[in-house]
Design a protein around this ligand. Structure first.
Ligand code: UT7
Length: 332
């Protein structure tokens, strides 16, 4: 049977570094509070006129292709996870496809926010296992900084979310037993409005009005406490589910790559599983929370840093808006 394997990864981060001190000039916050509550020291924001979700994902994809040692033309499907597309219609997958010169192949957009990349990996895995596709480009890319309320009112979200792009190449592997072992997806729509962008919406007489703009409904709203409380429970459950499904326990795990939501969430999970620092990859200190892009950026960085090697058991896990959460267990 076909198994799907991640054979290359790449990422792109905008060059504009925004420190906590920079934020404290825009809103009533400070470096100490942000570091203590989130672990974030700096993040990247896109450069208007230079970066777009498409351009960042293009760069990340080119780097992933190079790392995988394939040709762009080998890609036979694109899965693009973002909740901050360049256009709302059409999705970002086709824009990336055009830039890659891959006109004609399928391009699918995923809108599962922070869990988008894990959902995308799961879909890629199913397509490859079924034999439908052989080489899939899976991307997570976001520009969140243009949808943040940078006043005091929005400070709890504005200090967390940021911009960036990551991409991986997933390919059919019949030669060894390494590859994606299983994926586990969940959601609970009861909590849809705990982390959401209300406007513009289609079920209004007019999709966007001055009134909506004045009310700030197009900014990201987050009930941080509710998200935090659910995240710590769901992360734990879904990692355990992945291990159990493969008759493994936490001692089999070589590396956990959690979605970079908040360093405190990652540390809580690490402690609960009793994992040493060497078995958990975090980069939120440098980049903040880039939603669907955090995991592919982390994969790309961790791989380049030699944090995973052939045969390692790696777990990806995510939780976010929806609420939606999921995990993937991979033999590297
Ligand atoms: O990617 C997945 C989705 N997102 C997440 O997983 C994020 C989950 N949630 C969180 O990370 C945390 O809830 C936050 C970092 C958003 C907030 O941290 P918290 O420890 O839950 O703080 P809080 O909301 O309970 O606020 C504590 C205090 C409040 O002041 P009072 O009422 O105690 O006087 C806030 O007004 O901190 C205040 N506060 C701030 N102060 C300085 C909130 N944001 C800020 C800020 N700077 N940026």
């Amino acid at each position: 049977m076909n198994k799907s394997k991640i054979i290359g990864a790449g990422h792109y981060l905008p060059e504009r570094v925004v420190t906590n001190d920079d934020l404290s000039k825009m809103m009533n916050t400070n470096h100490e509070w942000i570091v203590e509550r989130t672990g974030i020291e700096r993040r990247r924001w896109f450069v208007p006129g230079k970066d777009s979700v498409t351009s960042m994902s293009l760069e990340a994809s080119k780097r992933a292709v190079l790392h995988a040692g394939i040709e762009t033309a080998d890609i036979d499907f694109i899965i693009f996870a973002t909740i901050t597309p360049d256009y709302f219609i059409p999705g970002n997958g086709v824009l990336l496809q055009r830039e890659l010169g891959l006109q004609g192949i399928g391009a699918l957009d995923i809108r599962n926010a922070c869990s988008g990349f894990v959902y995308a990996i799961s879909i890629a895995d199913q397509y490859i296992r079924s034999g439908m596709y052989r080489t899939i480009l899976v991307v997570g890319a976001e520009i969140q900084s243009s949808a943040l309320d940078k006043s005091d009112q929005g400070r709890s979200s504005a200090v967390i979310f940021a911009d960036g792009a990551g991409a991986v190449i997933v390919q059919a592997n019949q030669e060894s037993d390494s590859g994606i072992l299983s994926t586990h997806l969940h959601a609970d729509g009861d909590f849809a409005e705990e982390l959401f962008v209300k406007d513009p919406g289609s079920s209004r007489e007019v999709r966007i009005s001055q009134e909506m703009i004045d009310a700030g409904g197009f900014n990201l709203y987050m009930n941080g406490n509710a998200v935090f409380k659910h995240a710590v429970v769901r992360f734990y459950e879904v990692i355990l589910e992945a291990l159990k499904a493969n008759e493994m326990d936490v001692s089999d795990l070589d590396l956990l790559i959690p979605h970079q939501a908040n360093l405190r969430i990652s540390q809580y999970i690490q402690q609960k599983f009793g994992l040493p620092d060497s078995k958990v990859y975090n980069n939120i200190t440098e980049y903040g929370n880039t939603t669907a892009a955090t995991i592919p950026i982390a994969i790309s960085e961790a791989w380049a840093a030699g944090r995973m090697k052939e045969g390692d058991i790696v777990c990806l896990a995510a939780f976010g808006s929806g609420f939606a959460w999921g995990s993937a267990l991979i033999k590297w």
